[in-house]
Design a protein around this ligand. Structure first.
Ligand code: NAD
Length: 461
């Protein structure tokens, strides 16, 4: 059986985990096991499901240090952010443990004697396909609501985070009924088999893969949602506090080496030449202030990118932009260290329609653009095919409201970083960034259930 080996991006000789891949046949067999276990899980009722999810939260909290250290080692996330991810994962589990008690239907006035009501029921087995960059939080923001409303889970983690998946799988197994959660490892073939075997599908990853997943699930007629990439803009109004805006933007662009779907990729400065230059200087200074290095060292904001191929991809994007006339104001090179490091890089002078501005480069790279006014800035922000998140920085209420009204992304942050998600509010994008219903909060409970309508007459009319 082929195996997957996951290594540490800051020390590529450090083998973190080695696991077997699951064949398509194995995925279907495991889906059957999860489906059998799901019936008992659903029948056990809300209190039993709530207890079990809470037990997962308790054990994960107890093992915070171990989990955070593993995240840092396997996917290169800076230690502080890794601990934050574990805390967030615990909070998501606690939230959905309570959500087990949410209303599961509505009552309507009947058109004849009797009752008319709806009830939401689990689909069966939820097929979850996840990326490596939030190796605990993303799987749990899918699995916890799916389980809370009574589904089983068939989960395919990214090959780059199989060690974290092993740990999470172990914690879930210990608290939940046997067989209810199945972790299947592998690449595209295993992922395709998950889409083929599941009763509902939730995907997070790139647009290229996400669009294949949504098409395959739609062909089978099963509900599907996909959260994909972004090419997120930060708009800086004429009256924004430059220091605060620049440090917020630098951190949103570069923390975790820019490996977040919500990272800032483009900065659009509103104003004349002088103002645009001032924004440029402030952003470059703030980026240069960030500590780069071993993500296990406290205070480091940006470690390596996930693989050598990811590093090549960022450096190639910079090179292509330079040949198109862009200038590098910071970074532009691999930086120090044995691992897959890329120095946080700032570009200016790339045409708005250049690939570096229109396509997602998943790494520490941000470009600077200028606009004469809010209308022009919003139009520029909206030119890309993505629509995940935009931040707007400034004090002028009319300008902020005009930007909010015109922006076509699913999330808008005012005087806040593009990155960062509140797990209890709906999360998702527009255009190529997302497909299907929103994730997180109560929206997720709706996605993992199907509604049926019951007309009940005590006797024939
Ligand atoms: P990816 O698309 O390469 O992989 C995502 C998952 O899909 C992995 O588990 C992968 O093994 C699996 N996969 C690959 N081929 C498949 C196929 N044919 N069928 C089914 N599954 C298949 O993405 P990645 O490199 O792991 O993650 C980075 C991407 O994820 C970026 O584009 C980023 O913007 C996006 N992302 C989006 C969000 C969001 O919520 N919008 C969050 C995090 C990451």
């Amino acid at each position: 059986m082929p195996t997957i080996t996951s290594t540490s991006p800051q020390r590529p000789s450090d083998v973190v985990a080695e696991v077997d891949t699951a064949s398509a046949e194995e995925v279907h067999r495991r889906a059957g096991v999860a489906r059998d276990a799901q019936r008992g899980w659903w029948a056990a009722g809300a209190a039993a499901r709530s207890d079990a999810l809470r037990r997962v939260a308790v054990v994960l909290r107890e093992r915070t240090d171990e989990a955070a250290t593993l995240i840092t080692r396997e996917v290169g996330k800076p230690a502080g952010e890794a601990a934050g991810e574990v805390a967030r994962t615990v909070a998501i589990l606690e939230y959905y443990a309570q959500a087990c008690f949410s209303a599961v239907g509505e009552s309507y006035p009947p058109s004849m004697a009797g009752q008319l009501w709806t009830e939401r029921r689990p689909h069966g087995v939820a097929g979850l396909i996840t990326p490596w960059n939030f190796p605990l939080a993303i799987p749990i923001w899918k699995a916890a609501p799916a389980l809370a409303v009574g589904n089983g889970v068939l989960w395919k983690p990214s090959p780059d985070s199989v060690g974290c998946a092993e740990l999470l799988g172990e914690l879930l197994d210990a608290a939940l009924p046997d067989g209810l959660v199945q972790v299947v490892n592998g690449g595209a073939d295993t992922g395709e088999a998950v889409v083929d075997a599941a009763d509902v599908v939730s995907f997070t990853g790139s647009v290229a893969i996400g669009s294949q997943v949504t098409a395959a699930a739609a062909r089978r007629g099963v509900p599907v949602q996909a959260e994909m990439g972004g090419q997120n803009a930060a708009i800086v109004l004429h009256d924004a506090d430059l220091d605060r805006a620049a440090s917020t933007i630098a951190s949103a662009a570069m923390s975790y080496a820019g490996q977040k779907c919500t990272a800032t990729r483009r900065v659009i400065a509103i104003g004349d030449e002088v103002r645009q230059r001032a924004v440029e200087e402030a952003v470059v200074a703030a980026v240069r202030d960030l500590r780069v290095g071993d993500p296990a060292d406290g205070g480091v904001v940006a470690g390596p990118v996930i693989t050598d191929a990811a590093r090549r991809n960022v450096l190639d994007a910079i090179e292509a932009a330079q040949s198109g006339g862009a200038q590098v104001l910071a970074g532009g090179d691999p930086g120090d260290g044995d691992g897959w490091f890329v120095a946080p890089s700032v570009l200016t002078g790339a045409a708005p329609e250049a690939p570096v501005n229109t396509e997602e480069t998943f790494g520490p790279l941000v470009t600077l653009l200028g606009a004469g006014d809010v209308t022009e800035a919003v139009a520029l922000a909206n030119t890309v095919r993505f629509g995940l998140v935009t931040s707007v920085h400034g004090a002028d209420v009319d300008g902020l409201l005009a930007a909010i009204a015109g922006i076509d992304t699913g999330l808008i942050k005012v005087n806040a970083p593009t990155s960062g998600v509140d797990f209890y509010a709906p999360f998702g994008g527009e255009k190529a960034s997302s497909y299907g219903p929103r994730e997180q909060g109560t929206a997720a409970l709706g996605f993992y259930t199907s509604t049926r309508t019951v007309t009940f007459a005590p006797e024939y009319p």
